[in-house]
Design a protein around this ligand. Structure first.
Ligand code: SF4
Length: 391
């Protein structure tokens, strides 16, 4: 049957920068080697000797037949002194394992169509997605396959498409778009629970658009002025501590730079302070981000596309919205802390914050559920409260 392959231009623009990479994927994490690549590497006369010490057979599955043995610095044993991969150099790309050949390329299937993407845990991928021009042109190619697939429920299709439209609505500031998406997700949740039919999602979307056109959504946002400073402090410190405790070996030194910046955001009594963080955002981060004014729009557009929002990690639509708001909040906090520490932000700092956060986040399979449970404990349970994470 005829299906589509959707490829954003950030995928075509990406190219690995190898030894120039500031956080190479050849360091500090389990690099699995599939059975075929393992056998071919051992059979290659130029690699055989090295492979005997650089590979360890684990036989977990055909895909994870062996893993790369890391040296004391955490580097893959196939890297030479110039940080170049010996498999690639001596035998070419075709002998690389599936993981090494494809990372950071990823894809997800929806209704039998394949949507290509990149992982933000690669610094160069993060640079292309967040900074480079023309990263978000999409091409659609026809492909044929006979694989079975599940159909996306109507509520999920509408929620996804309308969320992207609200995000890209240039009459709305990002905080207004997110407010509208939060309101929309409440309707989506009740449609998913079959309390209303899916036409209510269309009606709510139209209503939100016209509220935005008339400037009434903006007034709505201005009304969300509850004091949640203590809740935000609790949420931020818990998540940061959790990420710091569970951080993967890869990126550890870069995470520590952010951690040190966070530790210096303190009040007169030496306690970590969300108020100081907000001041840092306004005084240092925002001016430094003037050249990147579409940074968070690009991030969220990528996020919605890449995660297939709101069908994220088996979460409900409102839970997916709350997790996305926390991702946005944590990144803003890290950028603010770095900006306060360095009295500004370079492009390198910006990429580091996004890449390090996503490396830590993506390496933890239960991260989303952890965040949902934490938000419940901190009483971030209604929309008005969760929207205070924007300020
Ligand atoms: S993290 Fe990305 S740019 Fe760096 S070495 Fe790996 S694929 Fe290349």
């Amino acid at each position: 049957m005829e299906k589509s392959l959707i490829r954003p231009s950030f995928v075509t623009q990406f190219s690995c920068i190898g030894s120039e990479c500031e956080d190479s994927c050849c360091y500090g994490w389990d690099i699995h080697i599939d059975k075929q690549s393992y056998k071919k590497t051992l059979a290659n006369p130029d690699l055989k000797g090295l492979a005997q010490t650089a590979l360890k057979k684990v036989k977990r599955s055909e895909q994870a037949w062996a893993k790369a043995v890391l040296n004391q610095e955490g580097a893959c044993g196939f890297l030479d002194g110039n940080k170049l991969c010996q498999i690639h150099a001596k035998a070419g790309e075709s002998l690389l394992s599936h993981t090494c050949r494809t990372y950071p390329r990823m894809s997800h299937m929806k209704d039998g169509d394949r949507y290509e993407s990149l992982s933000l845990s690669c610094p160069e991928a993060a640079r292309v997605i967040l900074i480079k021009p023309d990263a978000f042109h999409f091409e659609r190619m026809s492909v044929r396959h006979n694989n079975e697939f599940d159909s996306t429920p109507l509520w999920a299709q509408k929620a996804h498409d309308y969320s992207i439209q609200l995000l890209l609505n240039n009459k709305l500031a990002i905080s207004h778009s997110l407010t509208a998406i939060g309101i929309l997700m409440k309707t989506v949740e009740s449609v998913k629970a079959q309390q209303q039919d899916s036409s209510h999602i269309d009606a709510m979307f139209r209503q939100l658009e016209s509220l935005g056109d008339r400037g009434e959504l903006q007034q709505h946002v201005a009304g969300f002025n509850q004091d949640t400073e203590l809740q935000k402090k609790h949420a931020f410190t818990s998540i940061h501590l959790w990420l710091n405790t569970n951080k993967p070996v890869r990126g550890r030194a870069r995470f520590e730079l952010i951690n040190q910046a966070v530790c210096r955001v303190v009040d007169e009594e030496g306690n970590f302070s969300v108020k100081q963080l907000n001041n840092a955002w306004l005084q240092h981060a925002l001016p430094a981000l003037e050249k990147h004014e579409d940074l968070f729009n690009r991030y969220l557009f990528y996020y919605f596309y890449h995660m297939n929002f709101p069908q994220v990690d088996k979460l409900s639509p409102t839970e997916a919205f709350r997790v996305m708001m926390v991702d946005y909040f944590m990144l803003r906090c890290y950028l603010a802390a770095m900006a306060a520490d360095k009295q500004g932000l370079t492009e390198h700092d910006i990429i580091m914050c996004f890449q390090v956060y996503h490396t830590s986040r993506q390496h933890k399979a239960n991260y989303s559920q952890y965040v949902v449970d934490l938000l419940d404990k901190c009483h971030f349970d209604d929309l008005a409260t969760i929207l205070t994470l924007l300020a």
